[in-house]
Design a protein around this ligand. Structure first.
Ligand code: GLU
Length: 431
């Protein structure tokens, strides 16, 4: 039996020889609370190895590797695009605090680059920390600042933008940016469900796929995240059609009422072999002129109707000075009959009311049942096949452009940033 251990620290590249099966593993030491040694292999996978009966040799110290990576990232590479990474926080910028077991956003952009050095091979990278927050703390004024930063980076010559973001409200931010920034280059939001120091982390693969998309010819605001529970492909979702549909699975993000724009087939061993497949039409690089339209009416509300819900809920929003309301109704777009007088009053008072569905899939069609027809009679705007949160963000944006009710209606029904499916997003079936 032998037990030979050279001292090592997190980030060192080590070689481990196991006496038991004479296997040899080489990789970078990851922080862990377990008694096993966790190393990240060159394939991108993390493995845990029992330290007993192992010969461990440090091949390169963490310090040396860090210096090498930094130098490589800073070196300007000819013939590759310039990307700006705007970091806002979330799990992709987080690590586990082994004292408390909690995950908190504590990585700077340099740390992200340090953790995912492949990014520096794909492009010339410039980083900026815009926020270090968990995305449940996002708000409309933060979207505005982010939109302004994106605009400035593109104006200053960035060939693509990556926004690292917490996954919880990434869909809202993606929708907000879709309306606020008309972009001639890719604007890619990316996050991760598991922090980069966890063995099953999705951070590296998502970020590498995002960087590839940010270098592509697509010029839209998109979300790029794992497409399956394996490490095989990422999906490219349009920013206005995407929702987090699972609390923890790596493929939590799915396009709703539309197909994803495309797929990025991942190859952990060779980033040169990563390839795209596009399944939908998209705006191409330089097709659009850069424009910032960041006027927003923050005081809009989203109300979920439930059986027996008191219409006083809607009245409360109106008395609190809300300027626009999105309802998440049932089925084709309903609330109970006793809500109709309150909806009618709100619209009469100049507050637009937009209907969406808690079904998520399918279009709003208020022409079928009595309650729907009464709502239409009251002046309700049908939210087509928009996600409730996209309709909310769009209403905020529309009310930033106009407060004239008929113009609000026209803009809410117009497809501005891919939020209404061009192939049948509006109610047709029952006409
Ligand atoms: N709740 C946090 C956020 O959305 C962490 C979740 C995540 O990033 O996956 O920022």
């Amino acid at each position: 039996m032998f037990f030979l251990m050279q001292k090592f620290v997190d980030g060192d590249r080590i070689r481990i020889k196991k006496e038991t099966n004479s296997a040899v593993y080489e990789g970078v030491v990851m922080p862990t609370a377990s008694r096993d040694i966790v190393i990240k292999l060159d394939s991108g996978y993390n493995i845990g190895i029992r330290p007993e009966n192992a010969e461990i040799e440090v091949i390169r110290s963490a310090e040396t590797l860090k210096g090498e990576r930094k130098a490589k990232i800073k070196e300007v590479k000819e013939g590759v695009p310039f990307l700006s990474i705007l970091s806002t926080g979330g799990t992709i910028a987080s690590k586990v605090d082994y004292r408390t077991g909690a995950v908190s956003p504590q990585f700077s952009t340099d740390d992200i680059l340090d953790a995912i050095p492949e990014l520096g091979e794909i492009a010339n990278i410039k980083g900026k920390v815009v926020y270090s927050i968990l995305s449940e703390n996002m708000r409309a004024e933060y979207w505005r600042k982010l939109a302004m930063d994106i605009y400035n980076e593109i104006n200053n010559g960035a060939d693509g933008i990556i926004v690292t973001h917490g996954t919880d409200t990434m869909g809202y931010t993606a929708a907000a940016l879709s309306f606020m920034v008309q972009t001639p280059v890719p604007v890619v939001l990316v996050g991760s469900q598991r922090s980069s120091d966890r063995p099953s982390s999705d951070a590296a693969m998502n970020a590498i796929c995002a960087a590839k998309v940010a270098c592509s010819d697509l010029a839209e605001v998109v979300v790029v995240m794992h497409g399956s529970t394996s490490d095989d492909f990422c999906l490219i979702h349009r920013g206005t059609k995407v929702r987090k549909l699972h609390t923890s699975a790596r493929n939590a993000f799915q396009s709703v009422n539309d197909v994803p724009i495309g797929k990025v087939y991942y190859d952990a061993r060779d980033i040169e072999r990563i390839r795209f497949e596009f399944d939908a039409a998209y705006n191409k690089r330089a097709e659009n002129k850069l424009e910032l339209r960041d006027k927003f009416e923050d005081k809009c509300g989203l109300i979920k109707y439930y059986p027996g819900a008191d219409p006083a809920i809607l009245e409360f929003f109106i008395t609190q000075g809300y300027k626009g309301i999105v309802l998440e109704g049932t089925g084709l777009g309903h609330v109970s009959a006793d809500w109709i007088p309150s909806v009618t009053r709100a619209i009469k008072d100049g507050v637009p009311v937009v209907m969406t569905s808690q079904c998520l899939y399918g279009s709003i069609c208020d022409r079928v049942y009595d309650t729907g027809r009464d709502l239409l009679h009251a002046g309700l705007i049908e939210g087509a096949d928009m996600l409730p949160e996209t309709a909310l963000v769009k209403l905020m944006w529309v009310l930033g452009q106009t407060t004239e009710l008929e113009e609000v209606r026209r803009l809410m029904l117009e497809n501005i940033a891919g939020e209404i499916n061009a192939r049948g997003g509006h109610c047709r079936i029952f006409q």
